[in-house]
Design a protein around this ligand. Structure first.
Ligand SMILES: Nc1nc2c(ncn2[C@@H]2O[C@H](COP(=O)(O)OP(=O)(O)OP(=O)(O)O)[C@@H](O)[C@H]2O)c(=O)[nH]1
Ligand SMILES: [Zn+2]
Length: 377
């Protein structure tokens, strides 16, 4: 049987639980049609990443994988490497625990950060996310500006942001807080109130937790992300605990996964990078979050207009005429300054880290020797 006959469906019975669908089938077929090697490639999804080793789910079950030497050779930067949530095409050698990743299927969305360094590079911290839940607590930490910043950070990714206001049980009037939030952000962004600790409001999250949907969770420390994740994956966690109890030696029988299916068929993504998502994506998101101001700015007389007191500034004119809300303009300016400040801070942190460790930014590329030994394994 010719391994790369186009249109021959892949066997993906088990991958469907990880979000496989017709879209990915078509992408995978395209890779297969272009595959002019002797290798048989099958689809797989990245469920965890440990430096340069990946955990992947294949139709044959879970495996560890590394990228092929040629993949590494052809990658033009960190952004080309697989990340959690990515669909890849891999070679599965029978009886081998390791798979070799040969191709990345084009991403539908990517949350990424810029890795500062001598040459700033994009590093993807989560791919193919449908919804990104931005978790905020309804207690004294509640802060509309922070919500706006997270929103800005998520905006350029291609994933749909959803504001989740949690700890509703600590708030006298959660609905009015939700209304305040809605008034502050674009209409297209849903705002959902829950109490994860009390298990209240799951039905409000249901629209974002459908079969095959990939859902990431981000928010500042203490906002309630773990509690939310545990609540949403409760049934699953129980199953894991049952297995643990069955294990007479009391060993840890759970494996580290950063992408896992929950009851109802959604896939939750919980990676350290996503948790820390803050202003990383802000540069690209800023324009989009303030697209109304960006549109005005395109009409300013000077291309480098700072919209402060320049002649022929369309933004200032809109402020004067009342077309542009002053509060929104102030947010735009303030967020822009914060982004610049954060970027400076990251550059400084990164430089001092580099000085300490003598290495360059980010994940080290595997050496050619390492790559050979993996491929031989
Ligand atoms: N009352 C109440 N407390 C909550 C709720 N959700 C979380 N908490 C509490 O808030 C604290 C922080 O919650 P976590 O879920 O650990 O927050 P996190 O966002 O995962 O924090 P990091 O791990 O630091 O990123 C814990 O003490 C939780 O018990 C809630 O819905 N109601
Ligand atoms: Zn201007």
């Amino acid at each position: 049987m010719d391994h790369n006959t186009p249109n021959q469906a892949f066997n993906t019975t088990h991958l469907q639980a990880y979000g496989w669908n017709e879209h990915w089938e078509a992408q995978a077929q395209a890779v297969n049609a272009a595959n002019n090697t002797h290798r048989t490639l099958v689809p797989a999804r990245i469920t965890a990443q440990f430096s340069h080793v990946y955990r992947v789910i294949t139709n044959e079950g879970e495996r560890l994988g590394t990228v092929a030497g040629r993949y590494q050779y052809e990658a033009s930067g960190k952004g080309d490497y697989p990340a959690v949530g990515d669909w890849v095409m891999a070679e599965l050698a029978p009886g081998d625990e390791r798979v070799v990743i040969h191709a990345l299927l084009p991403r539908k969305s990517a949350v990424s950060r810029k890795v500062a360094g001598s040459q700033p590079e994009e590093q993807v911290i989560g791919a193919n996310i449908d919804f990104i839940l931005l978790v905020n607590a309804l207690n004294q930490d509640f802060n509309l500006r922070r919500i706006e910043r997270y929103l800005t950070a998520a905006m350029g990714s291609g994933a749909q942001p959803v504001i989740v206001l949690t700890k509703a049980d600590l708030c006298a009037d959660p609905e009015s807080m939700a209304e305040q939030t809605r008034a502050f952000i674009p209409d297209s962004v849903p705002v959902v109130v829950v109490s994860a600790a009390r298990g209240e409001g799951r039905e409000r999250l249901a629209p974002y937790l459908g079969q095959g949907m990939t859902v990431a969770v981000a928010g500042s420390s203490g906002a309630g992300k773990s509690t939310l994740l545990n609540w949403l994956s409760e049934a699953d966690r129980m199953r894991v605990q049952d297995i643990r109890e069955d294990d007479a030696k009391g060993r840890h029988t759970t494996t580290h996964r950063e992408l896992f299916p929950i009851e109802g068929g959604a896939l939750l993504m919980d990676t350290p990078g996503m948790r820390e998502l803050q202003l990383w994506h802000a540069d690209e998101g800023h324009e989009e979050a303030f697209s109304d101001i960006a549109a005005l700015a395109s009409q300013c007389r000077f291309r480098d207009c700072r919209h402060e007191r320049e002649e022929g500034c369309a933004v200032l004119a809109a402020l004067d005429s009342g077309e542009l809300d002053r509060r929104r303009y102030n947010n735009y300016v303030k967020t822009g300054k914060e982004i610049a400040h954060q970027a400076r801070k990251e550059r400084i942190d990164q430089r001092s880290k580099e000085r300490r460790s003598g290495t360059t930014a980010g994940r080290p590329r595997p050496t050619a020797k390492q790559m050979r030994s993996w491929e031989e394994e």
